[in-house]
Design a protein around this ligand. Structure first.
Ligand code: 13P
Ligand code: SF4
Length: 302
């Protein structure tokens, strides 16, 4: 079915329904274009909390749809493909979190939003890549446990005087980006600024002119007087970067930085999701209530 036909089906399926379509900056370009709002994890959490729509269709990965459900428990939250998970979020189980806390008692725990609802329900506060430093600085403690992303933890540790104790998780997509990939792009484009996501390893983000969340990169590129940028994160962020800055040039670090889970959401699955009400996110109320406290603490401070 052509893109045009699918877009028609999407618009027919949402007609007379109070639906909002949210999409992450890593979604396929055509899915981003079909969405009402495209953003980073923090912006999408805020939108999910604020919306008056009865149904949220979340084009992203599972933990993001769960976060939307936790913030809007009385709304229907649909994820067009339940297989769209996040391997980093799966790297910490509740059992592993409890053992980690037992090993370092008395320290507050910050959980990257890339975690399951169950993990969020047993931590003090959440963070995203956009606010991790602010969240850590807000805590009244000198030593802080940080789960599950060791790279983001190391980035935050480099910016604070607090001691960050990292859990050894990581994003397999960002981990595949090596310093030589960035150096190659710098050789090809010597005048370009380097924008890197903090899920990258230290040797990679150390080569960057700016380290930011996905929407942080989009803002940076817009506000900068530079005309060329090397983009060191997932490939489809280039869709927004190029559309919103047509006069600037963006060079992606390479095909190793494609998140297969983000690509599981397609226009066709979005159409099915709207037509059939698939797949609703359901969570136990007690987990949602505890997890919500950690997410709302984050939203309140950053
Ligand atoms: P942000 O969009 O919040 O920077 O996060 C990226 C990410 O981890 C998506 O998986
Ligand atoms: Fe998870 Fe990495 Fe994909 Fe983000 S890019 S959804 S952290 S695997």
């Amino acid at each position: 079915m052509s893109e045009c036909d699918l877009l028609e089906r999407i618009s027919a399926a949402r007609k007379n329904k109070n639906v909002v379509i949210l999409a992450h900056n890593y979604q396929l370009g055509e899915v981003q274009d079909a969405a009402d709002f495209v953003g980073d994890s923090l912006e999408l959490s805020r939108k999910a909390a604020e919306t008056t729509a009865g149904t949220i269709v979340f084009c992203g990965v599972h933990f993001m749809a769960e976060t939307a459900k936790i913030l809007s428990p009385n709304k229907t939250v649909l994820l067009p493909d339940l297989e769209a998970g996040c391997p980093m979020a799966d790297m910490i189980t509740l059992q592993q979190l409890r053992e980690f806390k037992e090993r370092y008692p008395g320290r507050p725990v910050v959980a990257y939003v890339n975690t399951s609802a169950a993990i969020k329900s047993e931590v003090d506060i959440c963070c995203t890549s956009a606010n991790a430093l602010k969240v850590v600085e807000s805590l009244d403690a000198d030593e802080i446990l940080f789960v599950p992303d060791k790279c983001l933890a190391e980035y935050v540790a480099s910016k604070t005087n607090k001691k960050i104790i990292p859990y050894p998780g990581f994003c397999p997509t960002h981990m595949r980006i090596l310093p030589e990939h960035v150096l190659r792009q710098k050789e090809l484009h010597p005048g370009a600024l380097v924008l890197a996501h903090p899920e990258c390893r230290r040797a990679v983000w150390e080569l960057a002119d700016a380290v930011c969340s996905t929407s942080g990169m989009i803002r940076y590129a817009k506000e900068s007087s530079a005309k060329e940028f090397i983009v060191v994160t997932e490939a489809d962020i280039l869709h927004r970067l190029t559309r919103e800055n047509p006069e600037k040039k963006f060079y992606h670090v390479g095909d190793m930085a494609v998140c297969p889970n983000m690509k599981k959401i397609t226009l066709e699955k979005l159409a099915w999701s709207l037509e059939d009400g698939q797949y609703p996110i359901e969570l136990p109320e007690s987990i949602m209530n505890s997890a919500r406290a950690a997410i709302e603490r984050m939203i309140a401070i950053a």
